[in-house]
Design a protein around this ligand. Structure first.
Ligand code: PGA
Length: 251
């Protein structure tokens, strides 16, 4: 019932020429994405227009930003407004990626404001949550993730929640080559669905897509995607390579 989502987060990689080369290299695979799937490309701001132009004729492919600000406009040096993204054909944005939280001090309150503003502009948020290694070892992983979700989604209606995407990305698995085992990934994604069911309803929880991210590659994507509560993957490093990302899309 839920769509499978394959999202590629390019992070701060690819100048314009490299962006063109990557999206052009993916064209054939992107043109074959089936009805129950969506592929999402998340380039840096400077590549958004290049990407939206190159995918404009593809039915199941969209371009999202990696971040956006929650204000509409104003004296916010260095920030990007949601309407500026919409104008370029961008359909959504990653919100609260662990690198935003870790390097730039983003809080759950920030993610909450960003999600509300994004929805107000018909941009689909991908809310990222996840624990660090200490939190996992010390048994506070679940309350931490629950707090990220409940504070991030505070004040949203059930209908709004079902329209967003949640990505579970354990910090210790991001960019480290240490993927969570499929059991670990499934356990937390199932827990996230339970948090949504308790806070909203089972129906809302069943409708909301939950992705796993953290060292996803062609070799492990298929197993991850077979888990009952994992509806897709958020891919960093492997989304920069035509071969790897093509295989993940086809997995
Ligand atoms: P990675 O990054 O696939 O390179 O681990 C994932 C992410 O940060 O979204």
């Amino acid at each position: 019932m839920r769509q499978t989502i394959i999202a590629g987060n390019w992070k701060m990689h690819n100048d314009r020429a490299a962006a063109k080369e990557l999206v052009s290299g993916l064209q054939d695979v992107l043109a074959q994405v089936g009805d129950n799937r969506e592929v999402i490309l998340c380039p840096p701001y400077t590549d958004l227009e290049t990407a939206t132009t190159l995918i404009s004729k593809l039915a199941h492919v969209s371009v999202y930003a990696q971040n956006m600000f929650y204000e509409e406009k104003g004296a916010f040096t260095g920030e990007i407004a949601p309407s500026m993204l919409r104008e370029l054909g961008v359909k959504g944005s990653i919100i609260g990626h662990s690198e935003r939280r870790g390097y730039f001090g983003e809080t759950n309150l920030d993610t909450n404001k960003k999600i509300k503003t994004a929805l107000g502009h018909k941009l689909r948020p991908i809310l990222c949550v996840g624990e660090n290694e200490d939190q996992r070892v010390n048994g506070v992983m679940k309350p931490w993730i629950q707090m990220q979700i409940l504070e991030g989604l505070q004040g949203l209606s059930g209908e709004d929640v079902a329209s967003i995407v949640i990505a579970y990305e354990p910090l210790w698995a991001i960019g480290t080559g240490r993927t969570a085992t499929v059991e670990q990934a499934q356990e937390v994604c199932q827990y996230i669905r339970q948090v949504l069911a308790d806070a909203y309803s089972k129906e809302i929880a069943d409708k909301t897509p939950i992705l796993y991210g953290g060292s996803v590659k062609a070799a492990n994507a298929k197993d991850i995607l077979q888990q009952a509560d994992i509806d897709g993957v958020l891919v960093g490093g492997a989304s920069l390579k035509v071969d790897e990302f093509s295989q993940i899309i086809k997995a």
